[in-house]
Design a protein around this ligand. Sequence first.
Ligand SMILES: [Zn+2]
Length: 142
Amino acid sequence: MSDTASTPDAMPSAAPDADWTTGQPALLYEACAACGQRSYFRRGFCPRCGASPVAVLVSARRGTVYAVTTVVRAPSPEWKALAPYALLLVDLDEGPRVMTHGAAGLAIGDRVQIGFLPLGEHLVPRAEPLAELPADEPRASS
Ligand SMILES: [Zn+2]
């Protein structure tokens, strides 16, 4: 889970409390400078070593599907309009595992980009398939 080399897109958040839970299209996580632990749930301290404070970073919102479930009985009228829908656990490239709404047809191991779906007065994270081209290969033209 700990990788320190593949996070070029992580950057300090200008407004560390502004994420999708407050209506901003961002996904934040905490990173511990002392032990390297990265956590999605924000506590203000490291759940592994107890260090505080921890840095709040903005995720690039790319990752790999860890688990998929289909929700048939939705919890509210807004969600009922979407049912049945996929609920995913996604391992972000930065390390933390997050729960998101998912596009239909996603499976374990698929690469995804997480965007945001307006739902009622809120935003919810939603994963879409990520089409990645191999590095240093020109796009095929046919
Ligand atoms: Zn730590």
